[in-house]
Design a binder for this molecule. Structure first.
Ligand SMILES: Nc1ncnc2c1ncn2[C@@H]1O[C@H](COP(=O)(O)OP(=O)(O)OP(=O)(O)O)[C@@H](O)[C@H]1O
Length: 262
């Protein structure tokens, strides 16, 4: 059974902005959403997370999260699911971490609130999470300003997976990082998928990012899904002119690295 299922999801403010998104995410699967800025990728993710900005509503379609129709969830039920079933990391990790608390205490706080762990178990879990995101145990006592951008994104991923969610949404999570660090973070996400069965939704304007980690891709433009299918199909035999344009744009900086001749 799909762990996350969107059926013709529409998001509106005073007018409809996202015009119907449909996909199924299986446990351990990876769905990518690619498209230019403003195409509706983030709003789609926020709808799935139940955190649409003020004034926005899911105006059509349905979202099923771990078997629950989210339209019927109370805010208390939503809060319980967020973190422990579905979690997210966004661009600019520094703004999601508290500058005055150590990284260890911020990871521990999530594990404490969501898993109810106490002192010793909490410390063990925090160190295990740092190890899972390939950060040394020294980072436990460090503050956000002491870490590089790549390390901050790893720390944020550790907080996002602290309560053992089944789904992680990575929305432009590697965009601000240089290419090498970006590849390392994508490798980390792939590793977590392998080792924990975490299902991923990877959002990027960069087709190369999506090609590296995804099974299925949705190509969005101006709130519409213009094309959708297995990553090999989209990369090798795109039907839509806009997808071909995205591929051409990216060939200049190395999309071919991810294209394995079938
Ligand atoms: N808080 C907001 N208030 C008003 N309009 C918004 C808000 N958030 C998004 N929008 C509008 O909704 C549309 C879709 O935005 P969304 O953030 O989903 O796009 P995106 O594909 O994720 O783009 P980006 O890559 O720039 O984040 C855009 O046209 C944007 O202007």
């Amino acid at each position: 059974m799909s762990i996350l299922s969107l059926r013709d999801v529409r998001v509106s403010l005073d007018r409809e902005i996202v015009h119907g998104v449909t996909f199924d995410l299986e446990p351990g699967g990876v769905v990518g959403i690619v498209g230019e800025s403003g195409s509706g990728k983030t709003l789609t993710c926020r709808a799935a997370l139940g955190i649409l900005p003020e004034g926005f509503t899911v105006s059509g379609g349905s979202i099923s999260l771990d078997g629950h129709d989210v339209a019927s969830l109370s805010s208390k039920q939503w809060t319980a699911l967020r973190g422990s079933t579905i979690s997210a990391v966004f661009q600019d990790p520094a703004s999601y971490l508290n500058p005055s608390l150590t990284i260890g205490s911020q990871i521990a706080e999530v594990a404490q609130v969501k898993l109810g762990l106490r002192r010793r178990a909490l410390k063990a879990r925090t160190l295990q999470l740092l190890d899972a995101v390939r950060l040394s145990s020294a980072v436990h006592g460090q503050y956000p300003h002491e870490l590089s951008g790549g390390m901050l994104q790893r720390a944020l991923i550790a907080t996002a997976i602290a309560a053992e969610p089944k789904i992680l949404i990575a929305d432009e999570a590697t965009t601000a990082l240089d290419v090498t660090v970006q590849a390392e973070i994508l490798d980390l996400l792939a590793e977590l998928r392998e080792s924990t069965g975490l299902a991923l939704v990877v959002v990027s304007h960069d087709l190369a990012v999506v090609a590296q980690v995804c099974d299925e891709v949705l190509v969005m433009r101006a709130g519409e899904v213009v094309e959708q299918g297995p990553v090999e199909k989209i990369l090798y035999r795109p039907d839509h002119e806009y997808t071909r344009l995205l591929i051409e744009e990216h060939e200049s900086y190395g999309l071919e690295r991810y294209l394995v001749t079938p």
